[in-house]
Ligand binder design. Structure first.
Ligand code: SF4
Length: 317
């Protein structure tokens, strides 16, 4: 089986920085506020070395003199204040790009803009940014953007508007959301908050889809940017799987001659290497099978592992 790695994959600058900040604190009484990054393997490793994860809602923990690391996705200013009041020593591992989004949201809100915030409403990054602009309008998709813009227009047609997005939102979706709002507010200011690391991994995957029969995306099921990559592969009409480890690779991969390997920005190098090595040991059986990949991107977003449909070739030799 031929395995081709995406030109850009795996750890981004923000995640690498957060993990190394946490590793530097090992040996002390140390917690992270929420999961440091969205990768269960990395969190398990850190936990085994004494780094514990606090739930963001946990206000009862004894944090006096403990080190508390703020996760890469950031937290709200209120949560930060609370941690200081609990007596902890804060170490900020918020990704610098996320920090920039938080500051931009705050500045726009203070300047009187009606701010649209696009992304996953329940994602820690968006919750953190919202803490800096509490009146912002959260929109998850084009339909919600159009509905929010229509309501705002009905109440405040002369509003100054701006759009800010989750760093991991897909480039295409962000542009469609901007278009939907511009129908009501042509002067909408669109802030480019999509992280270069996200964009690079998405573009590299799109290129890879032209070169291979199927795609493996390595990363945490709860990682937004990993899920985006998975959705992009499915939207490109490829059979695709999102796996957290080599053990999750499906046997049906033997039906493919070539596999593309991509990985989310929170997937460590060792997991990617492990999966690549395992793929190289798969033996291809595809000469007897013709594959019809599923193309329903909606089911992919629900994070089920898709099963390709196998159709025996009648004229196989
Ligand atoms: S994907 Fe970008 S914004 Fe998110 S942690 Fe990595 S570098 Fe920061």
């Amino acid at each position: 089986m031929k395995v081709i790695r995406a030109k850009s994959l795996g750890y981004c600058m923000g995640v690498r920085r957060a993990v190394s900040i946490a590793e530097a604190q090992i040996g002390k009484r140390v917690y992270t506020m929420g999961p440091l990054i969205h990768n269960p393997r990395v969190l398990e490793d850190l936990q085994q070395q004494g780094v514990q994860t606090l739930e963001t809602s946990d206000t009862s923990a004894d944090l006096h003199e403990a080190v508390v690391i703020i996760r890469a996705h950031g937290v709200t200013p209120r949560q930060e204040r609370q941690l200081v009041e609990q007596g902890s020593r804060l170490v900020d591992a918020t990704c610098l790009r996320v920090k920039a989004s938080q500051m931009k949201a705050k500045a726009l809100a203070e300047s009187g803009y009606a701010l649209f915030l696009a992304g996953e409403k329940h994602h820690g990054e968006l919750i953190g940014i919202q803490g800096y602009a509490p009146d912002c309008l959260l929109v998850e998709n084009v339909e919600e953007a159009a509905a929010s813009a229509a309501t705002l227009y009905a109440n405040t047609p002369a509003a100054k508007t701006a759009l800010l997005g989750q760093t991991t939102i897909s480039v295409d979706e962000y542009s469609l959301i901007a278009q939907a709002i511009r129908r009501y507010f042509p002067n909408l200011e669109v802030i480019d908050t999509i992280c270069g690391a996200t964009r690079d991994r998405q573009n590299a995957l799109k290129e890879l889809c032209h070169l291979v029969d199927a795609i493996i995306v390595a990363g945490g099921q709860n990682s937004a940017n990993t899920q985006r990559l998975f959705a992009i592969a499915r939207a490109a009409g490829k059979a695709a799987w999102l796996v957290e480890s080599a053990a999750e690779l499906p046997d049906t991969l033997t039906a493919y001659q070539s596999i593309g390997l991509s990985a989310g920005a929170s997937t460590p190098d060792k997991v990617i290497d492990e999966i690549e090595q395992a793929l190289q040991h798969f033996e291809v059986r595809s000469s007897r099978l013709h594959l019809v990949p599923e193309t329903n991107a909606t089911s992919a977003l629900q994070c089920h592992k898709p099963k390709p449909t196998l159709v025996p070739q009648t004229n196989a030799r």
